[in-house]
Design a protein around this ligand. Structure first.
Ligand code: KIV
Length: 278
């Protein structure tokens, strides 16, 4: 396997070559190692850690310190993949200086290679400052879960002319501000393909954005089928680990209760003579 570290330059090159980019979320060292071994190019330490790992009802309560904690864990895998830290709600919305400092925390404290933030043209000036300061930025438009309270729920975005035009304008503003990539979440496939075509250098990464994007991202627990709750239409489960995990715990429980586990193979021996001396 190619061991060359993936940088934002490599990701941009992949767009030029027409090679699809793979991205998954990871929140800890074990998952980061697995995804990296599979050759995934970008590991996103998403603020979805809030719902997926921490039991919050949404991404809104996630803090900077929680994001730094999980990004450090992913970085300890020393992955070949580019690691992107997700800026949580209110870490950049209140004022630009705070946003810039928080973006800097990701790079300084975790060693990750880029940050991601939600929003369109309105955050372009902040993105420009981050990029100027040496912080690579991935945008996120379409459905932006941190704004779920003003969006009126988790809905497909850009379905009328005004909304589609705004999406296109947001994408261009982010590219102009210097984003190396941007996530397009819950956008009709033909519109996401159009946005992708209009982006000269920025890499579009779809999640519910159809097949015409430059790359794709999924939440690791969704694609692995780790939970059996609601799954959005765009999620394809490549495994059903939920069933396997529950079956494994059940089998362990049965064997402990019947004293079938641990057997000799999983126990340590001692010389009989030692026991006799006791
Ligand atoms: O936090 C996250 O997992 C994300 C992906 C849905 C792109 O932002």
């Amino acid at each position: 396997m190619d061991t060359k570290k993936i940088t934002t330059a490599v990701i941009r090159e992949m767009k030029e070559q027409g090679e699809p980019v793979t991205m998954v979320t990871a929140y800890d060292v074990a998952m980061a190692r697995n995804a990296d071994e599979a050759g995934i190019e970008i590991l996103l330490v998403g603020d979805s850690v809030g719902n997926v790992m921490l039991g919050y009802p949404s991404t809104v309560p996630v803090t900077m310190d929680e994001m730094i904690h999980h990004t450090k864990a992913v970085m300890r895998a020393n992955p070949r993949a580019l690691v992107v830290g997700d800026m949580p709600f209110m870490s950049y919305q209140a004022d630009e200086a705070e946003g810039l400092r928080n973006a800097g925390r990701f790079l300084k404290e975790t060693g990750c290679g880029a940050v991601k933030l939600e929003g369109g043209a309105e955050i372009a000036p902040l993105v420009k400052k981050m990029v100027t300061a040496g912080i690579p930025v991935c945008g996120h438009i379409g459905l932006t879960p941190q704004s779920v309270n003003t969006m009126g729920g988790f809905k497909v975005q850009g379905r009328d002319v005004a909304a589609a035009r705004k999406l296109l304008a947001d994408a261009k503003a982010l590219e102009e501000a210097g984003c190396f990539a941007m996530v397009l979440e819950c956008v009709p496939a033909a519109l996401a393909a159009r946005v992708t075509k209009e982006l000269a250098t920025a890499v579009s990464i779809g999640i519910g954005g159809g097949n015409g994007c430059d790359g794709q991202v999924l939440v690791c627990n969704d694609l692995l089928g780790i939970s059996d709750g609601f799954t959005p239409k765009f999620v394809k489960k490549y495994a059903n680990l939920h069933g396997q995990i529950v079956d494994a715990f059940r089998a362990y429980s049965i064997e402990v209760k019947s004293r079938a586990y641990p057997d000799e193979e999983h126990s340590f021996s001692i010389d009989e003579s030692v026991l006799k001396e006791l």
